[in-house]
Design a protein around this ligand. Structure first.
Ligand code: DX5
Ligand code: ZN
Length: 219
């Protein structure tokens, strides 16, 4: 059995039928729920906040992977733990005291993730890589679903994988943005462990079958 995971991004779900879409993910071959929280400051878009996450948590039966695209995420670490987040990912670019933030996330009982914008070099994580459970490599500029995949991502994944191996870390690599059936296999071959997919899943005719197909590709 492959340990590679598929994480549908709820940002692309139908919010008027949120429970239906959550149940679809629950009963699909998907592994995680990917939840995008945007504050309109760190990124030029506002997604949804605590009440929506609370509603998702109530119905979701799989790991909840929360991606914070917000400034000063330290303020909300305990809140997200209380709302049911299992993995909490903050942006490198939003955390001047990243080491402290990572410890706080773990102390609150969650796995600690760090997301990197497309321009942020993976080597900046060298001194904290052993403290990170998950690195989320942004393969689009964060803020919106449905954007095109940035090709340079493959090199970043390979470089990060080499750094993780060199440091003897257990860090997993997640890819977020523009993932589809054309790039999924190459991303896994480059070293990725978790693939986030929003539009490709939810805008497809049969999301359950699309997830199953992605899962097959990465296995
Ligand atoms: C972008 C978000 C992504 C987004 C992915 O800022 O972090 O998780 O929902 O959506 P697609 O798969 O449509 O690029
Ligand atoms: Zn995301």
């Amino acid at each position: 059995m492959s340990t590679k995971r598929i994480a549908p991004s709820i940002l692309a779900a139908d919010f008027a039928n949120l429970q239906r879409d959550i149940e679809m993910v629950n009963h699909s071959e998907a592994d995680w729920f990917h939840i995008d929280i945007m504050d309109g400051v760190f990124v030029p878009n506002i997604s949804f906040g605590m009440p929506v996450l609370k509603a998702i948590s109530k119905h979701a039966t799989k790991t909840i992977d929360v991606h914070l695209m917000i400034v000063d995420p330290d303020r909300y670490i305990q809140t997200f733990a209380d709302l049911g987040a299992n993995v909490l990912t903050v942006h490198y670019e939003a955390c001047p005291h990243l080491h402290r933030t990572l410890q706080a996330i773990k102390a609150a009982g969650m796995k600690a993730g760090v997301a990197l914008n497309p321009h942020t070099n993976i080597n900046l994580l060298e001194d904290v890589i052993k403290d990170i459970d998950l690195v989320c490599i942004m393969s689009v500029n964060p803020g919106f679903g449905g954007q095109s995949f940035i090709e340079n991502t493959y090199d970043k994944v390979r470089n990060l994988k080499a750094l993780i191996t060199e440091k003897g870390a257990a860090t997993e690599i997640e890819i977020d943005g523009g993932v589809n059936d054309q790039n999924a296999k190459d991303l896994i071959d480059a070293g990725a462990d978790v693939l986030v997919a929003g539009s490709f899943v939810f805008k497809s005719e049969n999301p359950t079958a699309t997830i199953a197909n992605l899962k097959k590709i990465v296995s």
